[in-house]
Design a protein around this ligand. Structure first.
Ligand code: DC
Length: 447
């Protein structure tokens, strides 16, 4: 699950510079939603239309395409293919952006872009309504403020440094006017979310403000993950897949077995450790795309495994084969809740589930550090985990020696893992990875 930080507050409170610095430190994506409103305003004005005329703005929206790109110099905003990051930073655009942002259709237009960015990334998103409207479920909400005078002083300094000819009183008036617009508009007004932490930056230096924001984020994320210990949902064993599916799967298994035995010099060890029934997790090291099939050749139970979404777009034949062998797609970066739900559903139906805790294929056969996802599914479902070691020997293509070793089942409860707290998940993960390493090690040492 991605971490979302909603950072709201009035213009000039330092949101964007502070958010940018915090995002860089935490390696989160920084999303400046104000820049999106500014880009809309720029487009409307460049068409000779008025930003305070709702109809004119609405009719312009259909011709607008906005995207954010991330470069070494930071976030750039692209409007219909043109980088407008610099053009949108003028007092005229500031006022026009405030006007277009009070039109519901403009907000609706930008909402899905904003939500999508947050769904796919850990983000710090700054704006006015992020904690209240755009990301109401954000794990962290911060409301950043500063007095009007302080904000005007900062804006004045920034513009003078850029060589603009500006008057302090005009800027102060602009800020007060924009605050008024943003607070009093009917739709998504600037408002502190009830659960937001307020940080006032009046009189504190930039570094201190950044560190306050970072600590607020770290604290809230820690609290959130402590709150969110997933409940155990034990799987009831028993085969619930239709007979025809089992027959089709069995037939394909036999065909695959014949092909694999011709193509590879295939060996199985530890078959006595493989349960006769389903609803088990097979946690294996990962060497090749065929690993799930290798594991499912012997046990006479239907298998299922998660595979990255891209594999389903490779070619029709490959997609058909992996689907028959029980693959289900998991989008990158969405390995969390969605993948866990799908895994539990498969286990509940009686499938055995293959998981590769390393998350990626190992190049030299050494077992990599495992992720805790496998432990989470096993602890939630309270099912046995059968460690598997796959060992490829030599480099020949045809009749290469491959050994699939099954280790002793690990029963979560037997090693004290009866809930999903992170401490227990780490215990289970370590136990699983140690067993896999043991199964592979003998051969790795010979490499
Ligand atoms: O943060 P900024 O000054 O770049 O924002 C420009 C304008 O866009 C500002 O007047 C308020 C508006 N805005 C908004 O209504 N909602 C957001 N999420 C972000 C900005």
């Amino acid at each position: 699950m991605s971490i979302n930080v909603a950072l709201d507050g009035p213009s000039g409170a330092g949101k964007s510079t502070i958010a940018k610095a915090a995002a860089q430190k935490l390696k989160y994506l920084y999303v400046d939603t104000g820049a999106m409103y500014r880009a809309v305003a720029l487009y409307v004005l460049s068409c000779g239309k008025k930003t305070d005329n709702a109809q004119e703005v609405i009719s312009a929206l259909k011709n607008i395409e906005i995207s954010l790109i991330h470069t070494d110099e930071g976030q750039r905003i692209i409007l219909n293919g043109e980088d407008v990051s610099d053009k949108i930073r003028t007092p005229e655009i500031s006022m026009a952006a405030s006007q277009v942002s009070s039109i519901p259709e403009t907000r609706e237009f930008l909402l899905s872009l904003q939500k999508n960015l947050a769904r796919e990334n850990n983000v710090i998103m700054d704006g006015r309504d992020i904690g209240t409207v755009v990301l109401p479920d954000a794990q962290v909400k911060i409301f950043l403020t500063a007095s009007c005078e302080e904000r005007a002083k900062r804006r004045y300094k920034e513009l003078v440094e850029r060589g603009e000819n500006v008057v302090y009183d005009d800027i102060l008036r602009d800020i007060e006017q924009r605050d008024y617009n943003d607070i009093h508009r009917e739709i998504a007004p600037l408002k502190k979310a009830e659960d937001a932490v307020e940080i006032d930056t009046t009189g504190i230096c930039f570094e201190k403000a950044v560190s306050k924001v970072i600590w607020t984020i770290k604290d809230s994320v820690a609290k959130f993950s402590r709150r969110e210990i997933p409940a155990v949902r034990p799987v009831k064993k028993g085969n619930k897949t239709p007979l025809w599916k089992r027959i089709a799967h069995e037939f394909l298994r036999l065909v695959a077995k014949a092909i694999y035995h011709i193509y590879l010099d295939l060996h199985f060890e530890g078959l006595e450790n493989v349960p006769k029934d389903g609803s088990n997790i097979f946690a294996s090291n990962h060497r090749s795309y065929t690993d799930p099939i290798l594991i499912s050749l012997k046990p006479k139970v239907m298998f299922s495994f998660m595979a990255k979404e891209e594999l389903f777009k490779k070619n029709i034949f490959f997609t058909a084969v992996i689907k028959i062998f029980g693959a289900f797609p998991v989008a990158r970066g969405k390995g969390g809740a969605e993948a866990v739900d799908m895994s539990l559903e498969r286990l509940n139906k009686g499938y055995n589930l293959v998981i590769f805790p390393e998350g990626t294929r190992s190049r030299d056969g050494r077992v990599l550090k495992g992720k805790t996802g496998v432990a989470l599914v096993a602890a939630m479902a309270q099912v046995p985990v059968i460690p598997v070691g796959i060992v490829f020997e030599g480099n020949i293509k045809f009749r290469r020696k491959v050994t699939v070793r099954f280790g002793k089942p690990i029963i979560p409860k037997e090693i004290g893992v009866d809930d999903c707290s992170s401490k227990k998940l780490r215990i289970l993960r370590n136990e699983i990875m140690a067993s896999i390493t043991e199964l592979v090690e003998e051969n790795v040492n010979k490499l």
